[in-house]
Design a protein. Structure first.
Length: 197
């Protein structure tokens, strides 16, 4: 699968996730509800921006958006399972993602067997460098962005959106949409990605 085919594919999945929630009546009962929906919507915006930028071969800008994707993804999980103090910190814009500890916290709450911890620890340095015009971005001004790296960004963005959608639909009791989201995520993960060197 080439980059453009994968972009086209995730655009379709992103639209399906958006369509599942379009027109849903949401009764917000507090800060957690508001933060969940706001961060999900923001994450969707970032995802659409990434695939749009990649389609235009604006790789640096797309890669720079992975840190905000991860930040929104973490905050959705914290809004769902975090303490009242953590939720208040998010609301007051005082919450800071601690990449060294929050992954294990989310893994424990959602039974993710180390997935979040591993993802955050392995990507922390690159995310910071891409977003803050560091060496990862500078090096690619000369070396270019490999197909493998581009496909990783697409997969990371899509995975974050799927997982956030699962949390959101379950939280609001949208069982049919939750089932549809988990089925779409399973279908998405069955693809054969051939990642070139």
């Amino acid at each position: 699968m080439n980059v453009q085919e994968e972009i086209d594919r995730v655009i379709r999945y992103g639209q399906q996730l958006q369509d599942l929630l379009d027109g849903k009546e949401l009764e917000l009962s507090g800060d957690r509800d508001a933060l969940l929906i706001a961060h999900w919507n923001l994450l969707l915006d970032y995802h659409v921006a990434i695939v749009t930028l990649l389609a235009q071969e604006l790789h640096g800008a797309a890669f720079a958006l992975m840190r905000p994707i991860i930040e929104a993804w973490v905050r959705i999980h914290i809004a769902k399972m975090g303490s009242d103090e953590e939720v208040l910190a998010i609301k007051e814009d005082k919450y800071r993602v601690d990449f060294k500890t929050v992954g294990a916290q989310i893994d424990g709450a959602f039974a993710l067997s180390g997935f979040f911890e591993k993802t955050l620890l392995e990507s922390r340095v690159a995310l910071h460098s891409y977003t803050h015009s560091g060496n990862f971005q500078i090096a690619r001004r000369f070396q270019g962005y490999s197909q493998g790296a581009i496909l990783n960004v697409i997969e990371g963005s899509m995975t974050a959106l799927f997982m956030a959608s699962i949390v959101l639909t379950k939280h609001f009791g949208f069982e049919d949409e939750w089932r549809a989201t988990t089925e779409l995520f399973s279908e998405y993960n069955k693809r054969q990605l051939e990642v070139p060197e």
